[in-house]
Ligand binder design. Sequence first.
Ligand code: NAP
Ligand code: MG
Length: 488
Amino acid sequence: MSAFAGGQTYLNYINGEWTAAAAGKTVPSINPARPHEVVGYVPASDRSDLDRAVAAAKAALRPWRKLSGAARGDILFKAAAALERRADEIAETMTREMGKTLPEAKGETLRGVAILRYYAGEGMRRIGDVIPSTDSEALMFTTRVPLGVVGVIAPWNFPVAIPIWKIAPALVYGNTVVLKPAQETAVTAVKVVECLAEAGIPAGVLNLVCGSGSVIGQGLAEHPDVNGITFTGSNQVGKRVGQAALARGAKYQLEMGGKNPIIIAADADLDQAVEATISGGLRSTGQKCTATSRVIVMRDVYEPFKAKLLDTIASIQVGDGLDPDVWMGPCANKQQLDTVLGYIQKGLSEGAALLAGGGRPSDPALAEGFYVQPTVFDNVSPGMAIAREEIFGPVLALIPVDTLEEAIATANDSEFGLSASVYTRDIGAVLAFIQEMDAGLVRINAETAGVELQAPFGGMKQSSSHSREQGQAAIEFFTSVKTVFVKS
Ligand code: NAP
Ligand code: MG
């Protein structure tokens, strides 16, 4: 029996109180596997709600930054415990709200727990260096201070992990936060914030304002009292957010799209390479910024790799992510489904050969949900739209190449540079790939998707604002360095 009553109304969290949008408006968050099913009604907030949240965050700043990092970390440890206790319920909410399978949702929720614990510990770690002064009687060192009020704008594809990997470091380093989750996954966001509220976050330190991107997201980016904006989402929106922040001198951090390649070298273990291609490309229905999209295969192994890939893809079960037999759920929303179907048509019209999938599943039971088949295109040339633009769906483009140099050049022939992987046992090929691949995450004999919370995460080129999140890299965005010179 599910713990959720369908159609329950959820609230914003402002200044320590659960509260409806001032105008009383809500929007439904629906289940992409069964779009008639409402997971919950969430506030459709306006600027007055945002203003109250920012004012609360601003007022809460002084006492929060005066606490020790260890004291702030204690609250994150408690939030981790609360999230762990509710992991099954929150994972189920996530699956119902955006479609990823329950094991993936559970894994993500537990990652959220681990991120909270990691940053809880960061509250007691080093925040500066002593630098020898040329004045032998002086002490010179660096310390770090919080940015201030931080606006978090999050996407729907990792509705627990992404908000937490922004909120947790923001809080532990002494900032206060206003979170604007994707409307698509606002119920999941409410439950994450409930865990932090239960942990004893003081009023105003963490605020949640649900609403549309154009009103609340843009409002945060433009708000004069928001000192920093951290954004994950599409390139188009990210650039606008960055411009709005830059225009008023606020700090910003953008994590955006990818068009991630996997290179299959002639000496690759093909079974492992197929598994990595499918896992990296099709899990979460291809809706990861690190998802494998371009499969660059040396001609010597092109045919056997293709045969094994198609064989495995044929066995993928598509359906409701709550069904334990299902491996791939629906697209998260109708717009995403239409985008994916549009790219499949583009691939066909540009002359790529369809090897698998290519449309919606034929099973009448899946007619209503936002389902698309796992899709593979053959003989894709690097100039085609399906080889250049982010699709954010379960579509793989196979690109044949003759040499490793050509493979790396093809992999680099993209405006994006988030993640890239190679399958080979050749140490020379590995070293060349590490050296020459322009991507923030470079993975050898591992899939393109796969992020460890204690390591820096972020992309090159158009994939980010050239900043990094997670691990100890997070301190760079969420604090400012102060250089201190002391003399008696
Ligand atoms: P999106 O449309 O850019 O939305 C991201 C967030 O921005 C949502 O909360 C959205 O709100 C908000 N937003 C929309 N318009 C806005 C505006 N004018 N001003 C300020 N905020 C605004 O992206 P998405 O469709 O949710 O997510 C998919 C994209 O995210 C993909 O392109 C993917 O590559 C990228 N992504 C990147 C990473 C990474 O770390 N590099 C990770 C995950 C996803 P509403 O949607 O609620 O209106
Ligand atoms: Mg939904």
